[in-house]
Design a protein around this ligand. Structure first.
Ligand SMILES: *Cc1c(COP(=O)(O)O)cnc(C)c1O
Length: 410
């Protein structure tokens, strides 16, 4: 490997030339609407802490008490001796919250997806995955070694054709609930109908819907009022709207037992710190009881979209025309799909070119606003964007500051 250093340097240079080089900013503040970087304060619009719970005093207090009661590390994997009363109680509360018989905690959403898909799908199965699914679902599909077919985003006609054309092998439809980089909703009722019609399993990763959608924050399943028979494998993460860390899978008794037996990313890893589970139990309660956080988010998004319309920028907001086109594919009135897009706190601004996205992000920084540029391969080639996200801790004045800055830099 004499050439290793030179090879790596050449590859990194190429990435820089393509404006795809990634760097990290060092944060000196807690997660929140204000970010301190290099001693400077910025108004942040790019975190997934949608409900503003990551730095909530009651959640912090529960974490501190949890550390006092259980220590810091869990000490072992769940199946050895790491499964504490705190984990167990949280699993029971997540099952009740999702109205599923059981829930199983994973250490991260990435691991929940890897473990679930690879435990369920055999090598001889076929997986049908939305092309805009999160990278962890793509990696999970690859790990399973099943045949993978990626259908164009929300394209139900193509999905149905493929399901009909393929043989009698076991099939799985896999989709984000709320798409992480676009903010639109999967056409879940139609996906469930296709799954039932073609005898396919349905795996939904609702990392961005939980806490945000539904009257009680139950995510896309609550939004569309879909039960465990319609959405049998429901995955959520805890590091986003819940404001803590970790993930869970909710479903039937047999699903959870299967994962305990076979999900390698569950079995072969240290259990989450129990203090995190204790903190999450409090955030789970706040998610359900403090519905004003969701109401306020919807208000903020509406204020933002109205402001963008007044500035003449509304058409720059995603989702992509392709996603809007699916309305006709799904045989629904296009108005039917406007509402969900306008109610998720993910409001990406389409830019296209990676260099321009970086330049805009930089220009906003000069106006005191932090929004990172999202570039390939996180999003498809030519669809670089500023992924603007809102938190229940933002105020009307924050939205107006953002709109002023956008009108300057665009
Ligand atoms: C963030 C995210 C994940 C990963 O969750 P982590 O807990 O951060 O590992 C999985 N799926 C989707 C759709 C996500 O947005």
């Amino acid at each position: 490997m004499r050439d290793l250093a030179a090879n790596l340097a050449r590859q990194l240079d190429r990435q820089k030339a393509l404006n795809l080089y990634r760097t990290r900013r060092v944060l000196e503040s807690p997660a929140g609407v204000t970010a301190v970087i290099d001693g400077q304060r910025y108004l942040s619009f790019c975190s997934n802490d949608y409900l503003g719970l990551a730095n909530h005093p009651e959640v912090i207090q529960a974490m501190q008490q949890g550390a006092a009661d259980y220590g810091v590390g869990s000490g072992a994997a769940h199946l050895v001796s790491g499964h504490s009363r705190a984990h167990h109680a949280l699993e029971e509360e997540l099952a009740a919250f999702t109205q599923r018989p059981r829930a199983l905690l994973f250490s991260t959403g990435y691991m929940a997806n890897m473990g679930t898909v690879s435990a369920l799908a055999q090598r001889s199965d076929t997986l049908y995955a939305d092309r805009l699914n999160h990278a962890s679902l793509v990696d999970a599909a690859l790990l399973s070694q099943a045949r993978l077919r990626r259908y164009p985003h929300a394209d139900l006609a193509t999905l149905e054709k493929w399901l009909g054309d393929d043989g009698a092998e076991p099939k799985w439809i896999i989709s984000d609930g709320v798409f992480s980089m676009d903010g639109d909703l999967a056409p879940l009722p139609q996906l469930a109908t296709l799954a039932s019609q073609y005898n396919a399993g349905l795996i939904i990763d609702d990392a961005h819907g939980f806490g945000v959608l539904g009257k009680h924050g139950g995510g896309i399943a609550e939004h569309f009022a879909m039960d465990a028979t319609q959405v049998p494998v429901l995955i959520g993460t805890l590091g986003k709207a819940f404001g803590t860390f970790g993930a869970f899978v909710a479903g039937s008794e047999d699903l959870i037992e299967t994962l305990i037996q076979h999900a390698r990313s569950y079995i072969y890893t240290t259990a989450l710190p129990p203090a995190i589970a204790q903190a999450t139990r409090v955030s789970l309660r706040l998610v359900q009881t403090e519905s004003w956080r969701r109401t306020h988010l919807i208000h903020l998004v509406a204020r933002f979209r109205t402001g963008m319309e007044q500035l003449g920028f509304l058409s720059m907001l995603m989702p992509s025309p392709a996603a809007q086109g699916r309305a006709s594919v799904a045989g629904e009135r296009s108005e039917g799909f406007r509402m969900p897009e306008a109610t998720t706190p993910i409001q990406p601004l389409r830019v296209g070119d990676a260099a321009r996205a970086l330049a805009l992000s930089q220009a906003l920084l000069a106006h005191g606003i932090l929004i990172s540029a999202i570039r390939p391969p996180t999003v498809p080639q030519g669809s670089a964007r500023l992924r603007i996200t809102f938190s229940a801790n933002h105020s009307d004045a924050h939205i107006d500051t953002l709109l002023d800055a956008l009108s300057e830099v665009l």
